[in-house]
Structure formats: C-alpha cells, structure tokens
Design a protein around this ligand. Structure first.
Ligand code: ATP
Ligand code: MG
Ligand code: MG
Ligand code: MG
Length: 562
C-alpha cells in the first residue's frame, strides 16, 4: 500500500477523552475513530489488525473442529423470555421494537439463538458433539464505556458453543477450547494467563478467563509463582448459598422506602462524615446475585485483598433484574442489622439509615437478622478468601503474587442451563430424550487488539508484534524528489511484496522528520529507510522493537528481513 493514498489520519496530540495508552495510541495512529460513546469505526490500518486477530482465531477454531456460522445480531425477545434473561440481563441489554411493536434485542451474546438453532435442527446423539462459532458484532450498553475498544458498547467477539451428550464429552470440548485459546493468545504475542474464574454459577472448575496482564486491567489475579495456579480474585470466592430452613425462619423482611442512590459514591453521601470514614461498601457478584458488604474503613474500597473482607458484614442482596429495574448499576447497602461486636458499624448514623431497597429479592424490602456465615456461605474457593499477597498457594504451598489483567477470553461450562430451559434435547442410544450439555467460549477480538497495544508500546508509539502488525515492513524514502531514492524504494516495495511481505511505502512528499515520527507511531516491525546511500545500494534497516538499526546492502536485504 502506498501511504500517499492511505486513509491514515495520525494525530500528534493526545485525545482528551483517552485515559489509557492503548486508547490514545489507537486514535493517534489512525486505527480507529469514535462515532459515539463506546462505538467505533475502524480505519484501514485498524481494520487490518482486527482481521489478523480474526484470522488467527479462525485458524485455531477450525483446527479444533469448530464450525463457523454467522448468526443475526438482531434477536427476538421471545427467545430471551424463554431463558429468563429478558428480565435478568438488565440495562446492559440493548432493546428495540419493530414497526409492529414487537420486542427485539441487539445480541450481547448468542446462547439463546444458537440453542434454538440446534434444538430445531439436531436431535440425535449421532450428530453430537458439535461446536459452532461465529465472529460477529455484539452490543452491550455498558454502564461505563471506556478505554476505547476495551470496554465498548459495540464490539467484535468470537463466540463458540459446544453441544455434548455427556459431562465427559463437555470436559473434552472444554479442554479443546482451552487449548485453542492458549494457542490463539500465544500467536497474538500477548503476555497472558489463564485463571480460574467465578465458580459460583456452576460449581467446580467450570470456567476460566484468559487475562492479558496489564496494570490497567480491571480484574485482579492471584497467581502462584511456583505452580500454574491462578484465579480471578474479584469473582471466585464468594458464592451465595440459599439459607437453610431453620435459619430462614429467623430472617425477617422489612419494608423500606426507595432512596435515590445509584452509586456507591451517592450511597456514601448518606453517611455522616465520621461514619463515611469508617465504613466502605463492597459489591460482589455471585451467581446472578449481587452481594453487598461493608468493610472496615481502614481498607480502601478498591483494595481487593480478600483478607479485608473476612469480617465484613453481608447486608443485602439483589438480583441483577432488580438492580436494573431500579437503574442501579452497582449494589448498595441496606438498613443495617449489625452485630454488636463490630464497633464501627454501631454508629447511629449508620444504624438509623433507611436506604436499602433491594434485599430479600423483593423491591422495597430487605432482609433483617441475616447472619453471614449462616445464611450466606463461601464455598468452592474458601481457601482463596483469605489470600493476601505473599501467602501460600492453596495448591502447592508456593508464593502467591497479584497481578492486574484484561479479560480477553472466557471459557465456560454451561451444562444444561440453556438446553433445559429451551428444550434442546437429543435422543440417546436407547432412544431416550436427554438435554444437551453445553459450553460457551468467547474472545473479545477488538479488546485483544487494544490489549496488544497496551502491552506493546513506547513513548514514540505502538510496537506491533509481527503476527498482528497491519503491515510488516515500512519502506521510507527520505526524499521522494530524489529519483535514485524514489526508484530504489519503489523497487524494494515491489520486491518485498513479491516475497510475501505486507509493505507500506511512505511515498508522501513530507519532511523526513514527519515521516519517521509517523513510522514510529504506527509501529510496523521493520522500517527500511532509503536515503543518501541509495546510490551505493545501501539502506537502513531498523527494528521497531529493539531500536537496533543497520545499513544493509539491498542484495542481502531479503535474507535480513526473513
Ligand atoms: P467483562 O468482565 O470485561 O465485562 P464479560 O465477562 O462481561 O467481560 P463475556 O460475556 O465473558 O464478557 O464475553 C466474552 C469476551 O468478550 C470477554 O472475555 C471480553 O474479551 C469481550 N468483551 C466483553 N465485553 C466487552 C466490551 N464491552 N467491549 C469489548 N469487549 C468485550
Ligand atoms: Mg461484562
Ligand atoms: Mg468478566
Ligand atoms: Mg467473562
């Protein structure tokens, strides 16, 4: 591609709305532009990178015997009502109506559509297992779209769905996807880690997240420095367990009024200053419920070291649907039934507060007499709850460290959750009807691009790994008015392309300084500068990653770049 013709609007200035490096660089290097909050257009360079990720994903999915299909982005509400997610999904679901006033959604994910597809078209064990995938645009009305395409409202996802006849079959499908993901993220050049994720929803080791390691990541990972143990701290440890019968009898429901509290910050304003300094609220998501806890004020709200919440007081819970009806993006704390031995909470400002509305899973009610260990139990990853940095690994006794991660992929054993609700059954060898056993597997394609930029950059711009680079080689004639340089650059451009390289030729009549700045910003792996020594057949080869540069004779160029 000739740069003079390329739609590549680069920027010197850092865009004001971009908080993190990858977002800044993706805009500055002309990869993308925002249309509206959380919705982006990919420009030619950005789209090339996106397609590279898609290609890697496609190759590895095909290799794992998954079959590519393409499902509609627009989905009828009826399917979502079948699974209960029409209510449960909350305000993140983009809803719309057609001219007949029928409800639709713009798909945030495709369990419903794929399950209905398989239900209606496949009903014998002979055709199972099967794994169907697509690479497609997803819609989620995120509370806080941010970080460019890391958390956007329209984004590209690869989503795959496996259907098996047995649990063992599901395990195999799952492992095969896990391996494919490992190959995919290795090929993208990301530094990543597969971590055990929220076990609550399904129990057992049924889900892993693939985390690109990064300081800006929204998740905290605890990992062992000796073995391969790693888990997502924010999700794995607290699991809601329904109260036992005898304890339920002690729990009372109390009616309360609905305050205008939408965020933890607003909530905190209901506390007087002293109390505000003493307590903090913390919201977990466990299964499809939110669990709200107070933690002692000497710990930071965003300090997720779990030691700090061991003696937290679980106060109230709400389903996602309830939260959404109230327009509450996070959880909040209720009138408090405080154990007397926790001094901090005994503050009258806190005690008299009537601000909870969602407890007891009924609007305008909350629970009283809830005892954390009796009515809510920490299961599955109990050992994790106490983990702090430096602790012993629950698996091997090694040393636990923390890291931040960006969730780029997620594999999940669904079991029969969807197939039972939607009646997706098959006939087994004995002619008996059984629900299909499902798994789902997602990769954020656009988020992966951003995570790659986040991990690979310096003060001058992006440093693309070979596998994702929009072009491999940047040929830059210093002065295009000089015939010798111009001709040599053009002949190298042709020759390199014939050898199978993707080449960008900077044939613009710009000053050398401008071209070099743009070249560093765009960050192609190799830059070949054709300058004053063109007459002697010498060009300068510079490796973007190391900064290493060398004069090379054009006769040796091919062996060098290979
Ligand atoms: P997160 O915890 O970041 O909100 P998620 O757990 O809701 O992500 P999944 O439902 O597991 O996401 O979707 C599969 C993948 O899609 C994620 O692993 C992530 O890479 C990507 N993804 C999810 N939400 C977004 C988004 N708003 N923008 C870009 N990519 C996203
Ligand atoms: Mg999400
Ligand atoms: Mg997640
Ligand atoms: Mg996820």
């Amino acid at each position: 591609m000739k740069q003079s013709k390329l739609f590549l609007p680069t920027l010197r200035e850092v865009p004001a709305e971009a908080e993190i490096i990858s977002h800044q660089l993706m805009v500055r290097a002309g990869l993308m532009r925002q249309l509206v909050s959380g919705v982006y257009t990919y420009l030619p360079l950005g789209y090339r990178v996106l397609r590279k990720v898609q290609q890697i994903v496609r190759e590895e999915m095909d290799r794992a015997d998954a079959q590519e299909i393409s499902m509609p982005a627009i989905q009828p509400a009826e399917l979502w009502q079948e699974t209960g997610r029409w209510d449960a999904y909350g305000p993140e679901l983009m809803r719309l109506k057609d001219r007949h006033n029928r409800d639709f959604v713009l798909g945030p994910t495709h369990e419903e559509v794929v399950t209905s597809l398989v239900r209606d078209n496949l009903n014998t064990y002979k055709k199972l297992p099967i794994n169907l995938y697509q690479i497609q645009t997803k819609y989620r009305d995120e509370v806080r779209p941010r970080f460019g395409v890391i958390r956007s409202r329209e984004f590209i996802m690869k989503d795959a769905y496996s259907f098996d006849t047995t649990r063992e079959g599901l395990d195999k499908s799952y492992d095969s996807m896990y391996d494919a993901y490992t190959r995919i993220f290795t090929r993208t050049g990301l530094t990543f880690r597969a971590v055990e994720a929220d076990a609550g929803a399904i129990g057992g080791k049924g889900t892993h997240e693939f985390m690109a390691l990064s300081e800006i990541g929204e998740d905290t990972i605890a990992y062992c420095t000796s073995c391969d143990y790693a888990a997502n701290l924010e999700k794995a440890e607290v699991v809601y367990k329904p109260a036992a019968e005898e304890s339920t009898s002690q729990i009372e429901m109390e009616k309360v009024s609905t305050p205008d509290v939408k965020t933890i910050e607003q909530l905190m304003n209901h506390f007087d200053m002293e109390a505000r300094q003493m307590i903090k609220a913390l919201v977990f998501k466990a299964d499809d419920r939110f669990v709200v806890a107070l933690i002692r004020g000497d710990h930071e709200l965003n300090d997720i070291k779990l030691k700090n919440i061991v003696d937290a007081n679980v106060l109230t819970m709400a389903t996602e649907a309830e939260m959404s009806k109230l327009g509450v993006p996070v959880g909040f704390v209720g009138p408090i039934n405080l154990p007397d031995d926790i001094k901090v909470y005994a503050d009258s400002a806190v005690r008299d507060m009537k601000i909870a509305v969602t407890g007891a899973n009924e609007k305008d009610y909350h629970y009283k007499n809830v005892v954390p260990e009796r009515d809510f139990t920490v299961t599955a990853y109990t050992d994790l709850r106490n983990i702090i940095e430096g602790d012993e690994c629950p698996r091997c006794g090694g040393h636990i460290a923390f890291a931040r991660g960006i969730e780029v992929g997620h594999v999940f054993k669904l079991g029969t959750r969807y197939s039972e609700k939607m009646g997706a059954k098959f006939l087994d060898e004995n002619g008996r009807e059984q629900p299909m056993i499902m798994g789902c597997y997602g990769i954020g394609i656009s988020r992966t691009v951003a995570a790659c930029v986040e991990q690979n950059n310096d003060e001058n711009g992006i440093i693309w790994p070979w596998s994702l680079a929009p072009f491999h080689i940047h040929v830059v004639p210093v002065n295009v008015k000089n015939d010798e340089q111009k001709q040599l650059a053009e002949s190298l451009y042709e020759k390199l392309q014939n050898e199978g390289f993707e080449v960008l030729l900077d044939d613009r009549p710009e000053r050398a300084g401008v071209k070099f700045k743009d070249a560093d910003l765009i960050g192609l792996p190799i830059r070949i500068t054709v300058g004053g020594k063109a007459g002697e057949g010498l060009v300068e080869c510079k490796v973007r990653k190391t900064g290493e540069s060398k004069d090379i004779h054009i006769d040796e160029l091919m062996t060098y770049v290979k």
